[in-house]
Design a protein. Structure first.
Length: 363
């Protein structure tokens, strides 16, 4: 009997020990969860969303054309057969996009320009004032942009007298991409075209911008040195230096949304046909350009952009991080990663410097 009682006592003692162990394990688990909760609280950071995240679209529409654009931006139009669209941020005009049916003309040589200057009394076209585009390429065209558009404003019937053209001073090519428009495909020997990625300065020549620019330069009479050049399908997107990576998708989306009405296209083509000029499919040309722009941006020089973005961060006092939960990239204040005790935000890899920034981490 005493043996059975001893077994019962020992069993009871073991149960007590087991219960104590279970309680200890539960207490440890609770403490671990509390520490984990506390760690999560410490991981919270102060994020200010970038303007691209908070931006809203507006829609412009009239009897000729429709498109979307960032709400609050200014829209300027030239509603002649030489239709021109420019949309920009009035607080910083470097943010914007444009699409012009045709820009020009340009002389092919100094001899041709001198010819028109000598006989300017017999002409009303103003060719004697237009610059010389030689050699003929898209980069040189944009280097002459301000001179060309300035002369267009002086032509009474151009519709551009009061138009606010963008300024591209100190235009400097970064890289070029091949591009063939519909009009280029129809007459490749007479068309020089492409997409250029470049930097430039504004009207005050103080602020640096960057963008993607395209043009289809038409040489209708290659063997006639006195027959001027004209550029069609002139389109572009621009932003301040280092910020195009954040706005490229939005701006290209706006360009691709440009749709001319059937009535405008039919009326314009009838006028062009009566003048013996080229008839362009504006909507398909814009769609084709959008695809080419997107491809060009995807194939840009990644190492060049990475180096520039690192330079910008170092100059402005940022360090680049990303959210491991969403893969969104942020600019954080210098020293953030040293102070931050969590694991959700980590330093970016080099390829991530070429991604749009979702916001800023501030103290």
């Amino acid at each position: 009997m005493w043996y059975c009682e001893e077994k019962v006592i020992r069993g009871t003692q073991n149960m007590v020990k087991s219960n104590k162990l279970i309680k200890l394990l539960c207490l440890t688990l609770i403490l671990t969860l509390c520490v984990s909760c506390q760690s999560k609280k410490e991981e919270k950071v102060n994020i200010v969303e970038s303007s691209t995240k908070t931006m809203e679209y507006a829609t412009f529409s009239n009897e000729n054309v429709s498109f979307k654009y960032p709400k609050g931006w200014k829209v300027e139009l030239n509603e002649t057969t030489n239709y021109g669209i420019r949309v920009y941020n009035p607080d910083n005009e470097m943010y914007g996009f444009y699409s012009f049916f045709a820009i020009g003309a340009m002389n092919k040589s100094q001899e041709a320009k001198k010819f028109y200057q000598n006989y300017s009394y017999a002409w009303s076209n103003g060719f004697e004032k237009f610059p010389v585009l030689n050699p003929i390429n898209v980069t040189n065209f944009y280097k002459l942009w301000t001179a060309i558009t300035g002369n267009m404003k002086a032509i009474n019937d151009s519709g551009y007298a009061s138009f606010n053209f963008p300024y591209f001073f100190n235009f400097s090519e970064v890289e070029t991409y091949s591009y063939q428009s519909l009009i280029g495909a129809s007459a490749p020997s007479q068309v020089t075209e492409g997409i250029v990625r470049a930097t430039f300065t504004d009207s005050q020549e103080q602020n640096i911008g960057e963008g993607l620019f395209s043009a289809s330069i038409i040489n209708l009479q290659p063997n006639d040195d006195y027959f001027p050049l004209t550029s069609y399908n002139d389109m572009g997107i621009t932003a301040p230096e280092f910020d195009l990576v954040n706005w490229e998708g939005i701006l290209l989306d706006c360009v691709n949304s440009i749709k001319f009405t059937d009535s405008y296209i039919n009326t314009t083509n009838a006028v062009l046909r009566s003048q013996g000029e080229s008839i362009l499919d504006r909507n398909n040309e814009i769609s084709q350009a959008f695809s080419a722009y997107s491809s060009a941006w995807s194939n840009r020089q990644a190492t060049y952009d990475t180096a520039r973005q690192k330079y910008s961060d170092a100059t402005l006092g940022y360090e680049r991080v990303y959210d491991t939960a969403t893969n969104e990239v942020y600019k954080a204040y210098n020293g953030f990663l040293e102070e931050y005790k969590g694991s959700q935000y980590q330093a970016v890899t080099d390829p991530m410097y070429n991604e749009a920034v979702s916001g800023y981490i501030e103290k």
